[in-house]
Design a binder for this molecule. Structure first.
Ligand SMILES: [Zn+2]
Length: 85
């Protein structure tokens, strides 16, 4: 089993996320320029997040909110855009 790399929410802001998945062990993000997934950890030490994808014209973001303490963050989502009408 691979070692889990944890990234604190404060250190992770600015990451451009290519893929994400939510598991029993927490929220895993695959960011641009990184070979391995990282697990997003909150300031409170937990890694369970309420995740929402938000789409706007020309961009998409991943909004996260800590299940435990309500800390929020957002990341750019790469390669996801609305089809132009
Ligand atoms: Zn928290």
């Amino acid at each position: 089993m691979a070692t889990i790399r944890d990234v604190r929410i404060d250190a992770g802001l600015g990451m451009v996320v290519q893929r994400w998945r939510s598991t029993e062990d927490g929220l895993f993000l695959r960011a641009r320029g990184q070979r391995e997934e990282v697990r997003l950890v909150c300031r409170c030490g937990r890694s369970h997040w309420i995740v929402r994808e938000q789409y706007a014209i020309g961009s998409a973001s991943l909004l996260v909110m800590c299940h435990t303490c309500g800390t929020r963050g957002s990341f750019l989502l790469e390669g996801v855009t609305l089809p132009t009408p």
